[in-house]
Write a protein that binds this ligand. Structure first.
Ligand code: ATP
Ligand SMILES: O=C(O)C[C@@H](O)[C@H](O)C(=O)CO
Length: 337
């Protein structure tokens, strides 16, 4: 199976490199209650692009990360975890200004009512500088993934644009997971401007309906029509635009005018966060195997179910046989909600 919407350079030695935040998730152990009543948490590596990279590595791809961690125990935990997962961390630098590690406390009130309380003042990940982005690493990579939160502040914002520039120069396919986290931004206008500037340069754009709505503050799509949203990006660099609708599945548009709908699989949901990251890892992995868009979406949707049925995001990222097995068990009717 092949897809023509994006083409990867098979001669490049590195499959995938991501840039952006490396953080800590502290997921409530006593679930199905509000945060006020939570006593203990389990610590995991977090941050959407980190989770996606861990997912890609678990699926068997050769991966690397470009980011910055705090000079503390949390920062060392993150780098150690990346190394353990086989992710090249040579472009993960250490902050020397006293910045801290971003923390995401997750509240799991019910399988459908989850929220995240973020502590992100003076975080190390947003201190990454353009000069710390190594051209040679991006030149080696088949794909670069960027994620929106890294655009929220300088100097991280410039670092992302530097990475985009290197990726363009060296022919890496660029994927953008919109990953919009409002608390990291100061104004809606600034958010939309930088998201749009970055998205113009990307080959694959993945986001929820709400994330695309945020970007369309600058445009005109009063009906919130997925097709209109996608068409805008085909006038720039995009070959694939995916709009996610939670449990209702996702829809992919390709530049040739086709659209592909993926339903979600049944899942015994523990919490909903992490769905988007595992979906992205599964979908991008499928594309890199040369699968068609629908097969890649199916794989991403099943990977998402495995993660939302687990307590963590990063640690729960599945290996390929687990995802295939999940799909087969769903098809046999062995997994029901
Ligand atoms: N309750 C669910 N049951 C089964 N599959 C789900 C469920 N929620 C999400 N998914 C799957 O995960 C994919 C991505 O989910 P979603 O649209 O919620 O992304 P997201 O909002 O980016 O996720 P996140 O909560 O991680 O930010 C969906 O297209 C679907 O395949
Ligand atoms: O993206 C974050 O900073 C938090 C994540 O690690 C968290 O697990 C999540 O929301 C995944 O989508």
């Amino acid at each position: 199976m092949t897809n023509n919407a994006v083409v990867f350079d098979a001669a490049k030695p590195l499959d995938f490199v991501a840039i952006g935040r490396l953080c800590i998730d502290l997921n409530a152990n006593e679930i199905n209650r509000p945060m006020e009543e939570t006593v203990t948490f389990t610590k995991y590596v977090g941050g959407s692009p980190a989770n996606i990279t861990i997912g890609m590595s678990r699926l068997g791809l050769k991966t690397a990360f470009i980011g910055k961690v705090a000079d503390d125990q949390m920062g060392r935990f993150i780098t150690g975890y990346l190394n353990k997962e086989g992710i090249d961390s040579s472009s993960v630098t250490v902050d020397r200004t006293g910045a801290v590690t971003g923390l995401a406390f997750t509240e799991i009130k019910s399988p459908t009512d989850c929220s995240i309380l973020m502590y992100r003042d003076n975080v190390a990940d947003l201190k990454l500088e353009a000069g710390e982005v190594r051209e040679a690493l991006i030149a080696d990579a088949k794909m670069l993934l960027i994620s929106g939160t890294a655009l929220a502040k300088s100097p991280s914002r410039e670092a992302v644009f530097q990475a985009l520039d290197y990726a363009k120069q060296h022919g890496a396919v660029i994927a953008f997971d919109l990953d919009y986290r409002p608390y990291t931004w100061t104004s809606d206008e600034e958010t939309a401007v930088y998201y749009n500037l970055a998205a113009e340069k990307c080959d694959i754009i993945i986001g929820t309906r709400e994330e695309f709505d945020m970007m369309e503050r600058l445009g005109n799509n009063p009906e919130r029509d997925d097709h209109v949203t996608a068409a805008k990006w085909f006038r720039h660099s995009a070959g694939i635009v995916i709009i996610k609708h939670g449990k209702d599945g996702s829809i992919a548009y390709t530049k040739d005018g086709a659209s592909h709908r993926a339903r979600s699989f049944p899942a015994k949901v523990v919490k909903t966060f992490g769905a988007g990251d595992s979906y992205a890892a599964g979908f991008l992995y499928g594309l890199m195997q040369g699968w068609d868009i629908s097969a890649s979406m199916e794989f991403g949707s099943a990977a998402a179910c495995i993660v939302i049925s687990s307590h963590s995001c990063s640690d729960a990222m599945p290996k390929a046989p687990e995802v295939h097995d999940y799909i087969e068990r769903c098809l046999r009717g062995e997994i029901t909600i």
